[in-house]
Design a binder for this molecule. Sequence first.
Ligand code: SF4
Length: 420
Amino acid sequence: MIKVSGNVSEALITHLTDTANQIDFDGLSITTTDDGYRVETPSIEVSGLTHTDLLDYITTEELAPYATNWYHWESSLSELGRHRRSFLRHAEGAHNDDVITRYTALRSDDGCLTEWGEIQLIATLDDHGRRQYDIRHQDDKGTAPRALEIHTDPRDAREISTYDDRGRYRPLQTAPSLQTGWVFPDLDARDAVETINFLYPASIANWNLERNGELDITHWRETVDRQTGIYGVVEELPRSAVEWVAEACCVDSQCLKRREWQYTEDDQLEADGGTGAFPCREPCSLVIAASRRWTKLEEEDERTYEFDLTPSEKEQLEAIIDAVADGRVGEIREADVYEGANQYRTRFLRAKRVDEEGRLSGTPTEPSTDASQTQKHTADNTDHDETESKGELHEGDDDDRTNHAAETRPEGNTEANEDV
Ligand code: SF4
């Protein structure tokens, strides 16, 4: 049985006292007539209620869910931005289910579950119809809060999202590498959406804009055309390479956003855009920063080299590329010498095929075997890396990661908090 607090009664009467204010929300209708109040829900129709009757009536089992539901959304959260409000309503199925169905789900042991990126949010209800939210990593599903690190301040989510489980800096907040072992077990509605906005900035706003057909997408050409300074060169990246950029960075294994930007509005990329719950509306600053490097590298002409490799060694090189690209190197056991990217096999290959100057099969990179040429190539790359903040990539988000920010930021999706 839901208990109706004095706050609910007071807010309801205050609202109805203004005769212009009727209530028509989520299946609850209360109107003032010459006969008194008229109350309707999908299963109730009562009229001629006095003021006192109404206050008694909203505490009954059939009406209390509707009254507390109205109070929660239309009074308590009336000032919440439309994107946050829409997300929270989505999180309890309000876009599809009626109040009674939702209250049954919210009061069940499982509550209402929403998966968002790598996190899950569970909405539940207390005896007064107040919503509570539990936010944690999906890998910690079902773990008792006492076994996790408990947080109550949404701002803690910034720190949580900065490093992965191995303590490594995460340059992209939507990479599938969010650390585990923490929980925000009992948040109110405002703190719940605040926490999510720290973990996945602007994801709620962009999700809701997309739902409403209002998502403003900035495609690749438009984004690179507005780059200035050291990032201006990115506009020269060939279209074919933009496909590889999207394939390298924007697939589900690398980023949990669903890429909606294309080469241009009329020129779709073939690379998989992913299946994320929330969209990516513009090439992010990390992608632009990486593309600057690729633009330089793609300027080089192709050459034909000759290497001495056995068929197995050729396949081993391919296996190494696969393992590194898929982030599987750490999973390959030392004992598994059948894996091409196994450390012993790779060391064996290096001992056999890479000379003391680091050249595969002793083949020089430059056509001339002149060592000075090789040194020049290396020096060129070194100079370039130094201008790129030692080659590290950083998403130009607007949080407090200033220790990692490059001096000049690319113009890209920085995911500021856009909720309105
Ligand atoms: S451009 Fe968008 S989808 Fe691609 S990596 Fe950046 S945030 Fe993810």
